[in-house]
Design a binder for this molecule. Structure first.
Ligand code: SF4
Length: 431
């Protein structure tokens, strides 16, 4: 069968893998980042709630006779079916679903599926992939030009996360137990990617060093993985950015230094223990700073992400985050306004929070008031600027840099207010 997989904007790893599965099965698969399809069947890979509000995507779905949507958005079937009306939605991992779906069409016997029958949405049971080792993925020729946070591609070495952060979809979509691919399967894929000109690869999976986890951290498996991939790609082309602060030690960080580009990116999120608890991070600000210092001591560059405007965050808690940032001396910082991703505890909490208590809906009355920002946007902008001053080599805030941060903040604020609108529309289905 002629199958087109559309992965709008960027090639998601899942779209490459599912394309490889269908190709091995004998189907003629075309993978594209553009909203176009010449297939008998179209698969649409979506990774963000924001894509459900994209008019171009809505129009594209409406133009297709047979189109199946999948990706993490599948965790909210009523929302996706309501907004896009695809032929069917893949509600879980695609491996067990995509082949029978493409070959037979939607049916109750296929797991991980939602489809409409009259006014009713039929949902079939969730079944995780039986195994994560897979045939070689589809490798489109222009993948080597893709740039996602500095890498051409994030590859998946394992699924699941031990953490239960309230804002994160990973444990809700993939579960809290860890399933890993075999090292041989990962190596085979990386060799094929390199052969096709893909040079810069990042290891993903939520928390990179959970690779090989079985009841406890498998440090040897993680070190072996880094050594093997580094010897293929060269350390300048390999990164393992995302790590939990309570799952790293000196030896792992030394491996990051010796076998990768030498960066870690910790989800630090807040300087307030009260907010870290509300986020269900499972760590304290003290543990965060200890991990930052350990990485810095080892000689690894440290980036950190922060979330502002989380339910319960008042000015005092925000000030604790500013102070934390000042102390941490991070090499890079990413700040975001709390996004209530459907399917997460945050989505439920955020939608129940009265607007007058939610910084996203409070008018900012402080130093940025001439910019007409809400309180969450103002905190986001403030932290971005503080981050520039707090770097080991402070960066001057030029007009251009200020405008760039301001535009980013306004985009985030507008998008997240849009997500609130969606949550409100489908709030009876929030789990
Ligand atoms: S540690 Fe990272 S991947 Fe795991 S639940 Fe928290 S944010 Fe998600």
């Amino acid at each position: 069968m002629l199958v087109t997989i559309v992965s709008p904007g960027i090639y998601t790893y899942g779209s490459l893998v599912l394309g490889g599965l269908l190709r091995e099965r004998g189907h003629d698969v075309n993978l594209t980042r553009k909203l176009e399809s010449h297939g008998e069947v179209t698969l649409l890979s979506l990774f963000s709630t924001l894509q459900l509000m994209d008019q171009g995507i809505k129009d594209f779905v409406a133009s297709q006779d047979t189109i199946y949507v999948g990706g993490p958005v599948g965790i909210s079937p009523e929302m996706v079916m309501g907004e896009l009306q695809p032929t069917a939605l893949v509600t879980g991992e695609g491996e067990e679903t995509v082949i029978p779906l493409v070959e037979d069409g939607p049916g109750q016997s296929i797991p991980n599926l939602a489809f409409s029958r009259g006014d009713e949405i039929i949902k079939t049971p969730i079944r995780p992939a039986a195994a994560l080792d897979h045939p070689l993925p589809i490798i489109p020729p222009d993948l080597k030009e893709q740039n996602v946070r500095g890498a051409n591609l994030y590859i998946e070495t394992h699924r699941g996360c031990l953490g239960g952060c309230g804002f994160c979809q990973v444990p809700r979509f993939f579960g809290r137990s860890i399933r890993s691919r075999s090292l041989e399967n990962v190596i085979e894929e990386v060799l094929a990617l390199k052969e096709k000109g893909i040079r810069r690869i990042a290891i993903s999976g939520g928390t990179g060093n959970l690779f090989g986890y079985k009841k406890e951290l498998n440090k040897d498996a993680f070190l072996e993985l880094l050594q093997a991939l580094s010897s293929i790609l060269g350390k300048r082309n390999l990164s393992v950015p995302d790590m939990r602060v309570d799952l790293v030690d000196r030896e792992m960080l030394e491996a990051v230094r010796d076998y990768t580009i030498g960066w870690v990116f910790f989800g630090l999120e807040s300087g307030s223990d009260k907010i870290l608890k509300a986020m269900r991070k499972g760590v304290t600000a003290k543990a965060n700073i200890a991990a930052v210092r350990l990485a810095q001591d080892v000689g690894v560059k440290v980036g950190g992400s922060f979330i502002v405007g989380y339910p319960g965050e008042e000015r005092e808690e925000f000030q604790e985050t500013v102070d934390f940032l000042d102390e941490a001396m991070l090499d890079d910082v990413f700040v975001s306004i709390a996004e209530p991703i459907p399917g997460t505890p945050l989505a439920r909490e955020a939608i129940e929070l009265p607007h007058e208590d939610n910084p996203l809906f409070q008018k900012h009355k402080g130093e940025y008031s001439p910019l007409k920002l809400n309180e969450a946007e103002a905190r986001c902008l403030d932290l971005m600027i503080q981050a520039e001053y707090s770097k080991p080599v402070p960066r001057a805030i030029t007009d251009g840099l200020f405008t760039s941060h301001l535009n980013e903040v306004r985009t985030q604020g507008r998008d997240i207010i849009g997500v609130y609108g969606l949550l409100d529309k489908y709030k009876q289905y929030l789990t």
